[in-house]
Write a protein that binds this ligand. Sequence first.
Ligand code: GLU
Length: 476
Amino acid sequence: MKVRVRLAPSPTGTLHIGTARTALFNWLYARHLGGDFLVRIEDTDKERSKSEYTKNILEGLNWLGINWDEPPVLQSKNLSAHQDNIKILLDQGLAYRCFATEEELEEMRAAQKSQGKPPRYDNRHRDLSQNEQEAFKQKGRTAVVRFRIDNEAFIEWDDLIRGPMSWKGEDLGGDMVISRRAPAEEIGEPLYNLAVVSDDSAMGITHVIRGEDHIANTAKQILLYKAMKLNIPKFAHTPLILNKEGRKLSKRDGVTSINDFQELGYTSEALVNYMALLGWSVPEGMEERFTLQEAAKAFSFERVNKAGAKFDWDKLNWLNAQVIHGWSNEVLLKNLSPLWVQSGWQLPPKDWCIKLVELLRPSLILIKDGLNQASPFFEEPTLQEDGNKQLQQEGAKESIKELLIQLDKTPWDGIQSNQAKEILAITANSAGIKKGLLMKSLRAALLGTMNGPDLITTWGLLARIGKDRKRLISRV
Ligand code: GLU
């Protein structure tokens, strides 16, 4: 049987890292076994669902390289199928209309609370007689539809990640609402568990892989599958993603949506690589830096942890640097030049830009580091504390003046680095300046700081666009 898995996001927000990681585990499993990965947009909450979020979710998956095999399904399109299923359950007496008002339910919960009991529906309308039902209808009461959950029910499944799981019917909160309140003759809006079972079955889903926060739903859904006489898929519950304090990663942690990571300058390759490692560990002999295809080949649920996965920024940064350092000059330039252009910078000819990205590459961790670090090549850098300190050293400014004199005699166009080294040597020798002092002062004068990439290449790039001498003159 061909494996068919799905991601079923609710479009009530942008693509969250947790949802993206669930998508990835589904995708890896499907690709590993040559199965299908599908997407179903669970857009039945009309108030909170927005088409822009659907767009964001699909674009985010696409950016990460998580592709789907059939056009995304919109859950709202399946409304009548959901209602048909509810009707069948009603006809078979497996579900019933509950006429309890919100106030009555509130009272019931308050009483449970005062007795120190957890809230649960007390199944009060489970066995209403025909007359009792009629009486409620006469009073104009609306009703929800509830699915019977026997206290004695015992639900078991073999979770692909967590092993044997079991749940008691009595721990599921009483008979479950499967459709919202509506006039008593109608069937209201179907609710999550019913809709999911109905859709997963219609889509031929063989494996439901989702976050561990859905474990109780799985128990309820298995009861629905049985009642509706449908094939029960296999289940895998993935571990939560935790922040550094060990709590569930949430909006309060700041960065949680895929867009946030994109904006911070993470590459899709590094992010998706890192996401795979959030819960999955590579088999022996496999490097932690891998492509999606390599991960798909090696993926199995045996190596997915049950315990929550702590988010580790250092590892993500390390992976991101690895990805960027592995890019060719062309690819790096393609990623950086739009940022430079957005900053209003005029770009010199391509061979110059290629040299610049080559120079910056080793120190880049995030893509946008290539914006900050390129800045002194396009804009006049401010003199920072360390640069200023260097230029205040005895003989520092004089060394730059001597260099300028030498440059008047033998101008350097920035091409031959040997020539630059020679000019520096002649300057040091003829004026009796220590070479170290000259080099450090040159760096401070060119970049305004003592940090930065290779000095001769930096100088060469500035010289080729006629920026070096002007800058040196301004510093002395
Ligand atoms: N719409 C549900 C969610 O986003 C889907 C859960 C599931 O995969 O069944 O949590």
